[in-house]
Design a binder for this molecule. Sequence first.
Ligand code: FEO
Length: 171
Amino acid sequence: MLSPNMYAALNTHMNTELYSAYLYLNMSAAANAMGLKGTANWFNVQYQEEMVHFMKFYTYINSQGEQATVGQMNAPSSRFPSFLGMFEETLAHEQYITSCINQLTELAVQEKDHATQIFLQWFVTEQIEEEENDREIIGKLKMIGDNGYGQLMLDSELGTRVFTPPADPPA
Ligand code: FEO
């Protein structure tokens, strides 16, 4: 059972995860348009991961006897300043998502909603990895600077990322 407050907060965040998926889909297309095919792949994998996050919330809300509801959302950006700028925006977005997950967790603690606290723990851990990945790529891009060969090498490395479906599929 979810309180009305917890239900509303989880449903709002479910939509934010869907927004994240659309944002990264746009980034994938933008990277492709820049000729960065490997980076386009990296963002496509990121899109698929966000769809898993979205479905985890969707399934959890429904499993608690409530109705998950997809709502209207703002269109995500489709123009990004540069290779580095794209990952800086990604890190900023993930830091925002981390703050949302922390707020949800605080609400679950306040409400003594143990089931939701356990559900959210997966996301607390996931956000550490998400931010770490972005910081690592930003660090490499800053080292590379304007070196075209270095950018091509990194793009090639990002092209090796593979989507791994979760061991516990959400639906
Ligand atoms: Fe679902 Fe990247 O946070």
